[in-house]
Design a protein around this ligand. Structure first.
Ligand code: SAM
Length: 231
């Protein structure tokens, strides 16, 4: 039996590529985006009352990770990519039906548009449904998960003077908390766990319309080198 679903909207996100997106929502509070609703959900009726809600669950499609053949085992990056695990024990993007879910902060509600922060969603992500977060039911004090028992360990992020100046200038132009966004995303060390970066090796990711480039002057330390318009 098959069921068909169709998007109720699409996310316009600060994240233009998968690399450097946090592994879960809420890890980068400065990660912002707008959920643009499509007809018939864009008139205001469907979101009436949502302004009374601080956070929402988004159900969405991992549209850039869809595969024809379902995987039963995956190698979560959190475990260094070398340990395989049942797909249902993880939040891997490659999964049956390609459905993701994230709790995000709802900053503003307009007819046809929801302003979000703390997102872990790629630009263009199709959203299937929105549900209000209900603290009395969704917060489970005694919940445990020994595979993912704590948020990723953060590493320090330093700036070249010029890079910090560039980031402040673009933050003003975009009217976005760009310095915080870069620091929050890089502090989670987006590099694949199996890579041992030399100081010469350069890394980069696109945030908004900018290329952010950094390196690791020593293990466990990131230095931002430049923040320039994306090529
Ligand atoms: N919170 C969601 C969940 O639990 O279903 C997503 C968790 S998943 C591990 C987070 C990663 O999904 C991000 O780091 C990003 O690389 C990737 N991602 C986000 N949006 C995506 C999309 N539309 N298509 C493919 N991958 C995406």
């Amino acid at each position: 039996m098959t069921y068909s679903v169709s998007p109720i909207g699409f996310v316009r996100s600060c994240f233009k590529e998968k690399f450097a997106i946090p592994r879960q929502p809420q890890l980068a509070p400065a990660a912002r985006g707008v959920l643009e609703l499509v007809a018939p959900y864009d008139t205001g009726d469907a979101v009436q009352g949502l302004e009374q809600v601080s956070h929402v669950w988004l159900l969405f499609v991992f549209h850039q990770a869809l595969e024809d053949k379902p995987r039963l085992k995956v190698r979560p990056p959190r475990l260094g990519g070398n340990q395989s695990m049942g797909v249902f024990a993880t939040r891997a993007t490659h999964r049956p039906n390609g459905i993701g879910q994230s709790v995000v902060k709802l900053d503003k509600v307009e007819a046809g548009r929801l302003w979000l922060s703390g997102i872990d969603l790629l630009d263009g992500t199709p959203v299937l449904d929105i549900k209000p977060y209900v603290p009395y039911a969704d917060v489970i004090d005694e919940a445990t998960n020994t595979i993912a028992s704590a948020a990723p360990i953060l590493i320090p992020v330093e700036w070249d003077d010029q890079a910090l100046m560039q980031a402040h200038q673009h933050a003003q132009r975009l009217d976005e908390p760009l310095v915080a966004l870069i620091e929050q995303c890089l502090a989670q060390d987006p590099r694949p766990a199996y890579q041992n970066p030399t100081p010469e090796r350069r890394y980069g990711a696109q945030l908004w319309d900018l290329d952010v480039r950094w390196h690791y002057p020593q293990p466990g330390l990131i230095r931002v080198l430049e923040v320039v318009p994306a090529a």
